[in-house]
Design a binder for this molecule. Sequence first.
Ligand SMILES: [Zn+2]
Length: 205
Amino acid sequence: MEYHRLIVCHECDLLFRKPSSVEKRRASCSRCGASLTALRGARLPLDWFCAVTLAAFITFCIAQSFPVIELCANGMTSEATLFGAVRALWSGNMRVVAAMVFCSSILFPLIELLCLLYLLVPICTGKRPPWFNVMPRVVQLVRPWGMVEVLMLGVLVTIVKMVSMAEVIPGPGLFALGALTVMLGVVALFDPSGLWAVRDEIRSS
Ligand SMILES: [Zn+2]
């Protein structure tokens, strides 16, 4: 049996023979109605997703490099970056919290963005990157654990609470973090499993 001519519905496991092309139409499972996005010809706006992912990566670097907030009280000024806050938690004997904040707001979003760029940049130029099979799985593994939006909410609540105690000046990192939250929401719309069909098209062309 030629397995590459078959496709299985990811929701109900019903097996289909792949049609040659579904250009400008939407293919869905006849039993459960799930969208079969991994079919050839079901084109993904890859250039667009690649551009958004690249923009999100640059915004991520800005959010990590610049202070998120600046506090002024009694003539003293102090500023904090995200990584500096993690380091302060670590040295303040809150190592579990520090590790959770580091993983959910720095490490996992960074891994997701790097893996997507590793896949999308060569595919947009018509090449198949090495270790193609591993990267979509890594993205799907780390994606649920990236929680930049939760961190953003926490930072905003902290700012509101701190206003009565000190002068709080939002830093460039805060604006970058806000933009990153929106961009990661857009990046999360991209289902990397659709790349398998694109990989097949590159292989056969
Ligand atoms: Zn189905």
